[in-house]
Every structure is written in structure tokens, then in C-alpha cells.
Design a binder for this molecule. Sequence first.
Ligand code: NAD
Ligand code: UDP
Length: 317
Amino acid sequence: MDRHPKRILVTGGAGFLGSHLCERLLADGHDVLCVDNYFTGTKGNIVPLLGHPRFELLRHDVTFPLYVEVDEIYNLACPASPIHYQHDPVQTTKTSVHGAINMLGLAKRLRAKIFQASTSEVYGDPAVHPQTEAYWGHVNPIGPRSCYDEGKRCAETLFFDYHRQHRLRVKVARIFNTYGPRMHPDDGRVVSNFIVQALKNEPITIYGDGRQTRAFCYVDDMIEAFVRLMDTPDDVTGPVNLGNPHEFAIGDLAQKVVTLCGSRSTIIHLPLPVDDPRQRRPDISLAGQILNWHPTVDLDAGLERTIGYFDALFGTP
Ligand code: NAD
Ligand code: UDP
């Protein structure tokens, strides 16, 4: 691994994954510039970093150009939870597409290496299972999830066009469902929803029959993969799937969370959102080969740490 200290920009750095990434990069000895407009992220996530001499914070919306001097860029800015990215879908597409153009333009001027937080949503409701990087996906272009899915697909297109046209060094990660401390309690994603509901002994809301599947990766494993991908040789561009390949039905996740929380919550079923993917599991063979990476934290251990975080946040007795 290249241990030379660098100046690194993290967009979306006050969010869930971004704040863990900033923390990791500081620990590795780098200077970190965190850029965020606080749409879904909070200053609370980065409070512990604010006094750090190598940490800088800038309130900025990536849909506007940014002029800074850095060696590397991690582009994470974008709401990730369906309720948040559907709240203002036009802004979501702008953030993905204009944000990518602005960050790629910055990388081009600086000749900086740039990482893109893409998503398993580029596969849509997949007809191929598990998903490999060779699969082109099954995405509805006009549905309520499209602002996010198609925005991220267009961002990938831009990354590869800048790579071909301007020889930019790009690293595209397709991130599968990731969870852990610092998810927003009202984030709306399934792991945080279930834990918050269980800790409050409120009904657990399963959308649909609960037989749809996801595979959940703990945040520390994901951040390790980000850093390894950024440090790969210049001919490694991705896209590369990053996630934990252990697949669970959402109904089973609900039971597990109730048990681990020792909760009295009951389970209720609500309508399945439109275009909700029926199954999802990453094939991570490529990540194994090029990053020598494999997740190490299993779901029970990761959930216990995440439950501990929310417990402390709410001061649950
Ligand atoms: P998050 O919502 O916690 O973080 C996103 C951050 O981006 C927030 O701090 C938000 O305020 C910021 N942001 C949004 N729009 C912005 C804008 N226009 N300008 C500047 N900042 C802006 O979500 P997360 O889970 O940390 O996701 C981070 C990235 O990883 C996102 O790009 C997301 O699409 C991607 N991703 C995450 C997952 C996951 O499971 N966590 C899965 C796939 C992809
Ligand atoms: N889900 C659920 N109850 C909730 C939140 C989500 O049953 O309170 C389901 C959702 O319908 C989906 C899965 O859990 O099938 C994962 O949802 P999430 O929003 O976390 O991520 P994504 O759908 O983007 O993978």
C-alpha cells in the first residue's frame, strides 16, 4: 500500500460511509477535505474529527463547481436511502450527474485519481443472480427509483468516458447494502429502521412478504475495500462489486434484529415499494482477485455493534 501522505477530498464526507472514510484516511496519515451540503449527513457524524489538524470541512453542494487542490477524490455525495433520494428526485439526478461532471472536471485539472461510489442499484431488479460486473442490469428508466439508479448509471458512463477521452485514473465501486454505526436513525434503510423499531419496542415494518433478499456488509469491511481499490495500479478502473455475499431474506433479518435486541416488537407488513428488487447478492470474485479483499464481519457481529451504537444514541436503559 502507498503510505505517502496525500491531500484527499471526500464528497459526502459527513454522511454514513463518508464519515468512516474520513476517519480512516486521517488515521492513515493523510490530509482530508470533507465536502458536504448536509442533505442527509450531519455535522454530528464528524464532530470527533473537527479538532484534528489534518481535517478540513467545507459546506458545498457538488452540483456546483469546486476549486480546491487535492491529490485524490472520493466522490460519495448522494443521498442513498430510497426515501431520501425520492424526496427530491430531480436534485438526486443532478447530484449524481452534475456532481460527477464537476468532480471529474476537478480531477482532470489536477490530474488526480478519482473514486466513484456507485451502487448495486445499477443492476436494478436483477434477472441474473448473483450479480457479476458483466451483467448490464434490469433497470426501469421511468420509475420512482430511476432518479438514483439511472443517475448512478450515467455517472459510471461519465467516469469511463473521462477515462477513455482524458486518460483520467478512475476507480468505480459498485457498493451493495452496507450498514453500521452513524446511519441516520430516520434514514429509512432496512437495518437502521429495524434496529430503531426494535429498541423502541415498536412494530417492525416489513415491506411486502419479507421474502425479498439483500446481502449486508458491515461498514469497516467496506471502507477497507475503498482504500484498497484507490491504491490499485492505474490500469484497474473497475467497476468492481463490493459487498458481503451472504444473502438474507428481509423477514429473517427482522427476526434476527428482534432477538439480538431482546425486543418485544411485533412484526407488521406494509406494501412493497414500487420496483423494489426481489433479490440481490454480489459476486465478489473480482474484488477478491484485484484487492485481495473479503468481508470479515458477519451479520450477527455487525448488528451487535450497530445496535450498541443506536442504544447509546437513544440512551435506552
Ligand atoms: P448518506 O446519505 O449517509 O451520505 C451521503 C452524503 O452525501 C450525505 O452526507 C449528504 O449530505 C451528502 N450529499 C448529498 N447530496 C449532496 C450534494 N449535492 N452536495 C454535497 N453533499 C451531498 O449515504 P451513505 O450510505 O453514506 O452513501 C454514500 C455513498 O455511497 C452514496 O453515493 C451512495 O449512493 C453510495 N452507496 C451507499 C450504499 C450503502 O449501502 N450505504 C450502497 C450503495 C451505494
Ligand atoms: N424494507 C423493509 N422495511 C423497512 C425498510 C426496508 O421491509 O422498514 C425492505 C425494502 O422494501 C427492501 C429491503 O428492505 O426490500 C432493503 O431496503 P433498503 O431501503 O435498506 O435498501 P435497498 O432497497 O435500496 O436495497
